[in-house]
Ligand binder design. Structure first.
Ligand code: TRP
Length: 459
């Protein structure tokens, strides 16, 4: 059997995992959720969810992935030891593995649609076609664009092809290299843009919205949204980082890396807020405009906020969309890797063949998602078009359910095994932490996820 691929360096492994986590979820979804759920209060609940729910699930995923050294599907089939799920345990685990692979395919399909929009906007900003547009024009142009059958499909396909090429290059020369180039660039861009935003007059109102909590705004709805966001932004619950961790070396300190990834990811989300809210509030735009915030409100906000200095306005706009493109790309790579690892290992195909095949099928599924904003808007299932349906299935069902099963997986391995996995066979001094972790994942976290999940289904 071939030797399985590995990340070459520890930094490469962290940057790849952080690249998966940092994405449209941070720069597009997070500001819009924060805006819709009352600002700082939402951020507090979100940080709680990250620290006490999704970071432990992330640790479980990384530990399971490294232990299994295989794709998600086979990991769920081979890892569980104690029969905590009763007589039909095997079938249940197989089902969970299959669900993760399916979700990996679906998330790549609909995410690519939005990623395509960001590419289109980068190009438009690059040829300076935003200058002088009014806010009504931004809205009208965006709606015409996304409902067109062909125009959004082109950047989407370009995006899928780029992702596929990087994945075919393999773990070290593709994923690791791309992350090592794009992640530092992305952090620098974020810093520069945040500084630009902070210099605007009236920026402090935006900061207040972000950092001064109004506790009366915390409702069950806010908790549900915060948990959903915490899962999505760390890419946990469907074996994405489990797949990456299967390429980790035995020496990686999983606990430390999980905290690093969560820290980088949260900083990026908050910095995105620092870019967006001060700019929006400095021109009197309310922050709760919803999902179109980044595509309709923001280009207009940049025009008004930086309009006095045309080169700055041009620069900020182009760099902002470029930032979105890079963030999205490091995430789509991780999505395609879930299914590529599965197909190539399960069916014995080469990485190249598997990735190209999956990329092609994704173009078709992505096209269906894109069309659900236009001609196919009335093709619905459970009252949702393809885009919303895929998003619902992945973010609202698979991720929390997958999260619960990641915890159950730890429980089925037993305390001693889990402690040995986290401490790298006793070489790291993390025994206390590992024991506390085992206790949390085998009781508290699944119950907490279940509670929030059920209230979501009811609501
Ligand atoms: N976490 C990424 C973001 O914030 C998205 C992402 C990457 C993802 N891989 C995933 C989401 C797997 C769900 C599942 O944009």
């Amino acid at each position: 059997m071939n030797k399985r691929a590995n990340f070459a360096t520890r930094l490469g492994a962290i940057l790849a995992a952080a690249g998966s986590a940092v994405g449209l979820g941070n720069i597009w979804r997070f500001p819009c959720e924060t805006g819709a759920n009352g600002g700082a209060a939402f951020i507090l609940v979100y940080i709680f969810c990250i620290a006490f729910i999704t970071v432990p699930v992330l640790i479980a995923e990384l530990a399971a992935g490294r232990e299994s050294r295989t794709n998600v599907y086979d990991a769920f089939r081979t890892l569980p030891k104690k029969t905590i799920l009763g007589r039909h345990g095997r079938i249940v685990w197989t089902f969970v593995g299959a669900m993760c692979v399916l979700a990996g395919f679906l998330v790549f399909s609909y995410y690519s649609v939005v990623a395509g929009w960001t590419l289109q906007y980068t190009i438009e900003a690059g040829i300076d076609s935003f200058a002088g547009k009014t806010s009504a024009q931004f809205a009208a142009d965006f709606n015409t664009f996304i409902s067109d059958p062909v125009r959004p499909a082109l950047p989407m396909i370009a995006f899928i092809v780029t992702t596929t090429v990087i994945v075919t290059l393999g773990v070290q020369r593709g994923i690791e290299l791309a992350s090592k180039i794009m992640m530092p660039l992305l952090l620098v861009l974020l810093g520069v843009l945040a500084c630009c935003s902070l210099t605007l007059p009236g920026a402090s109102a935006g900061l207040e919205f972000l950092f001064k909590p109004d506790f009366s705004k915390i409702t069950p709805q806010v908790a549900i949204s915060a948990m959903g966001q915490a899962f999505f932004t760390l890419s946990v619950g469907m074996g994405c980082l489990m797949t990456y961790a299967s390429y980790f070396s035995d020496k990686v300190n999983i606990v430390k890396d999980a905290f690093s990834v969560a820290f980088i990811d949260s900083c990026v989300a908050i910095l995105a807020g620092v870019i967006i809210f001060p700019a929006a509030m400095s021109v009197g735009v309310s922050p709760d405009t919803g999902p179109t915030l980044v595509f309709i409100t923001l280009p207009n906000v940049f025009q008004q906020a930086f309009g006095a200095t045309p080169w700055l306005c041009y620069g900020v706009t182009v760099l902002f969309y470029l930032l979105l493109v890079m963030a999205a790309l490091t995430s789509t790579i991780s999505m395609l890797e879930i299914t590529t690892a599965f197909v190539s290992e399960k069916f014995g195909l080469s990485r190249r063949k598997s990735a190209v095949m999956l990329g092609t099928v994704t173009c078709v599924a992505g096209f269906a998602c894109s069309m659900s904003f236009g001609n196919w808007s009335d093709v619905t299932l459970f009252g949702m078009g393809f885009f919303d349906l895929f998003d619902y299935f992945v973010a609202k069902l698979v991720m929390p359910i997958g999260g619960i099963f990641m915890c159950l997986l730890m429980r089925s391995l037993g305390k001693e095994k889990v402690v040995s996995m986290l401490t790298n066979n006793g070489t790291l001094r993390l025994r206390r932490f590992a024991e506390a972790f085992y206790f949390l994942v085998s009781w508290g976290i699944p119950v907490l996820i279940m509670l929030i999940f059920l209230s979501e289904l009811r609501g």
